[in-house]
Design a protein around this ligand. Structure first.
Ligand code: MOS
Length: 734
């Protein structure tokens, strides 16, 4: 089915199942320990051996020698695979660095060997006996130094620069100007389930039970890496313990499991030890962002410039931190630019809301600073600079844009009018109390997605698609979609996900999964409805499916009658025309935060948070709320804690475990609230939905930083906002 014109009224609009707060149907499996994660697929391979990955001990250079004799002689060892015996390996399209090093090493902890043994402990012990000699080379690890060395002519990616009007002149003549530099650190996904894969070979065919957000990408890249046809690779990933972008791509544990299993002649499972994950896999790259905004005294932006630097391995991509600035606020004269330094750190890549998340960490502090210069309320400043069109291409409208509503409703519900605009004024015992807010923006992307839906002989419905559920609630919204389309209760629908044997879906990434995958199920259900109606002798064009009945032309027949003799199937893929080119599709929101800062120690406590989101139809308000609350919590981590610290001499992330890399827990945030605006977007898909799981983090860190400023009068432009950065400016020390 091709989605080319705005969605009209369709069965989803009945909202008998879709749009209702619904418990996740996979919940009981997770809470009873019966959901089979990759490392727990005992039934698939009861005789699986265990692999342990050895990571490179240098960031750049060459392996001169690998001595595996002692490891091979260790108890229980079945095989040791290194570049010397792995055979010829290709590289997946989505991987920048190779998944197995040798003889060159491209980054620290790049896999150099996998040791396979009968037990986990044997593999781990033997791995410590692998001796690797290196010839290290000097690498570049310091983004700021690389930026300074590059000068104005540094490397640029295509289409990394946009210009509208004459920024320089407009900025120079603006009555009010903001000019500041903001820094965001490297961050790691720190999902609960580490990367894990179980590889089973049957002849030339590989089945990989894994933890991966994008099944089809994984199949393609595994086939490319091993040099085998795609039809000989099957990926199975029914449950995923978090991804946040870290599991978008094939990672080394999957390749090591496949190579280890081949060498061992039996199934092998590999999980990346937590301490290897941060340097072996991808991370959100650090940025240095220069923002300049010029405005009239009434607060209208006349000039806005956003320049961002980030780093990546050779062949990598910039962090697209200027994305939102191209679309968020009005202003006639504009300039954005992304620059890329080549660094020899592990691969930089997507982490929850890549681009916008770090971009808004900078832009939304800048807006707070501008509001203060204007003596203007920061909510009002954003309302004054709203736009209904793409500010870089004024002919192009937003499909929907209710940013102003999120601001107004949020301000009212939060009690924003109680904020004292003068910083450092509100005391509550030993605490300095402040309010902060920020705008939220994240693009909405629609991605081709397929599904197969079957009316079983017992009258139940089965949905199959390779879509994944990374904890987001995909199972449930897909089940809700099929139930609504076929007029049956959710309890009559079985959802099967995460298997490359099923039709190719959008996968889970870039907050496109919810709308795109359900739209694919919608398309398959349209097909199934046609097939059912035909079989019942009813006119497919006018058939109504509800309450377990199919009605058309004055006749009413039970749905189950269509499959009494044989099941009926519908399969289709939702494909998109150019609506997304004609209309800019984005999601909007506003975040409000109250913090308390200890007047003596500068310890920061978040007291309450509110997010207001305008993100199209909310398919399941319960799981969407969980998504946004999780994202808000992650935003607090970005504001106050998360920082992968680079050892700039040796070239690695020092705090590469969950003891050194801190993230917030429930107890850190006592009160969080989420409001969804009642909105449908007919341009997005027949579901009229959009993504929301990434919108929830966008702007949060800046709202926290702005609240800290309001509490203390200390402006920190270098994340995370830690005590050492606050203390020197605290009133007690001034
Ligand atoms: Mo998302 S960072 O594309 O999983």
């Amino acid at each position: 089915m091709k989605f080319t014109t705005p969605a009209t009224t369709n069965p989803i609009d009945r909202l008998q199942v879709v749009g209702r707060p619904t418990d996740r149907i996979d919940g009981p499996f997770k809470t009873t320990g019966t959901a089979t994660y990759a490392y727990e697929q005992h039934k698939a391979a009861p005789n699986a051996a265990y692999g342990w990955v050895v990571g490179a001990a240098i960031a750049k250079g060459r392996i001169t020698k690998i001595d595996t004799a002692a490891a091979r002689a260790a108890p229980g060892v079945i095989a040791v695979v290194t570049h010397e015996n792995a055979g010829k390996l290709g590289k997946g399209d989505k991987n920048t660095a190779r998944l197995l090093a040798g003889p060159d090493v491209q980054h620290y902890h790049q896999a150099v060997a996998v040791v396979v043994a009968g037990t986990f402990e044997q593999a781990r012990a033997a791995a410590s006996l692998v001796r690797v000699d290196y010839a290290p080379r000097n690498g570049v690890y310091d983004l700021e130094a690389a930026m300074n060395a590059a000068g104005p002519a540094g490397k640029q990616k295509d289409r990394s620069t946009t210009r509208v009007g004459d920024f320089d002149r407009a900025f120079a003549t603006a009555p009010v100007r903001l000019d500041a530099v903001y820094k965001t650190p490297d961050q790691t996904h720190a999902m609960m389930e580490p990367h894990a894969s179980l590889a089973v070979w049957e002849g030339e065919k590989l089945t990989l039970y894994t933890s991966n957000q994008m099944i089809h990408w994984g199949v393609q890249d595994m086939a490319k890496t091993l040099g085998i046809p795609e039809h000989n690779v099957r990926l199975v990933s029914p449950y995923i313990g978090g991804g946040f972008g870290g599991k978008l791509f094939l990672r080394s544990e999957a390749l090591m499991a496949a190579l280890g299993a081949k060498a061992a002649g039996r199934p092998v499972k590999v999980t990346l030890q937590r301490a290897l994950m941060m340097n072996n896999t991808t991370h959100r790259p650090a940025t240095i962002q220069h923002i300049r905004i010029g405005a009239t005294r009434e607060g209208r932006i006349t000039a806005i410039a956003h320049e961002s630097w980030s780093g990546d391995l050779p062949g990598g991509q910039p962090e697209t931190a200027v994305n939102q600035t191209r679309l968020f606020y009005a202003g006639a004269n504009r300039f954005t630019q992304m620059r890329l330094a080549v660094l020899d750190l592990a691969e930089g890549n997507a982490m929850r809301a890549p681009g916008e998340a770090p971009g808004l960490m900078a832009l939304e502090i800048a807006m707070d600073e501008l509001a203060e210069k204007l003596h203007m309320d920061p909510v009002t400043l954003r309302i004054v600079n709203d736009t209904t069109v793409d500010p870089e291409k004024p002919g192009r409208k937003f499909s929907t844009r209710r940013f102003v509503d999120t601001l107004r409703i949020g301000a009212e519900r939060f009690g924003w009018n109680k904020r004292n605009p003068k910083p450092g004024q509100v005391r509550d015992g030993r605490w300095l109390v402040g309010y902060g807010m920020a705008g939220a923006f994240r693009n909405n992307i629609n991605t081709k997605s397929g599904a197969r839906v079957r009316l079983e002989r017992d009258g139940t419905v089965t949905v199959e698609t390779d879509m994944t559920d990374i904890g987001t609630g995909s199972y449930t919204i897909i089940g809700q979609t099929a139930a609504e389309m076929l007029g049956v209760p959710l309890s009559r629908v079985t959802v099967r996900l995460g298997d490359s044997a099923y039709p190719v879906s959008a996968g889970s990434g870039g907050q496109w999964g919810g709308n795109s995958a359900t739209a694919g199920v919608y398309a398959a259900c349209v097909k199934l409805r046609e097939n059912v109606a035909k079989k019942l002798g009813l006119d497919p064009a006018h058939a109504d499916f509800s309450g377990g009945m199919v009605r058309a032309g004055g006749k009413a027949l039970p749905l189950a009658q269509a499959s009494h003799d044989a099941d009926v199937t519908g399969e289709d893929t939702m494909d998109y025309g150019d609506l997304a080119k004609k209309y800019q599709q984005s999601t909007f929101g506003a975040h409000f935060v109250e913090v308390a800062v200890d007047a003596a120690t500068a310890e920061v406590r978040v007291r309450r948070m509110l997010a207001v989101c305008a993100a199209g139809r909310i398919l399941n308000p319960k799981s969407a709320r969980s998504q946004v609350i999780g994202a808000m919590t992650m935003g607090v981590g970005a504001a106050l804690m998360e920082d992968l610290v680079v050892d700039k001499r040796v070239g690695f992330f020092v705090n590469h475990d969950l003891a050194g890399y801190e993230v917030p827990v429930h107890a850190d945030i006592p009160h969080q609230d989420v409001i969804f605006l009642d909105e449908t977007d007919p341009m997005s898909s027949p579901m009229k939905a959009k993504g929301v799981g990434e919108l929830g983090i966008c702007g949060v860190a800046a709202a926290v930083a702005n609240a800290i400023y309001n509490a203390t009068g200390v402006r920190v432009r270098d994340y995370p906002v830690t005590l050492d950065k606050l203390l020197p400016g605290m009133p007690a020390y001034a």
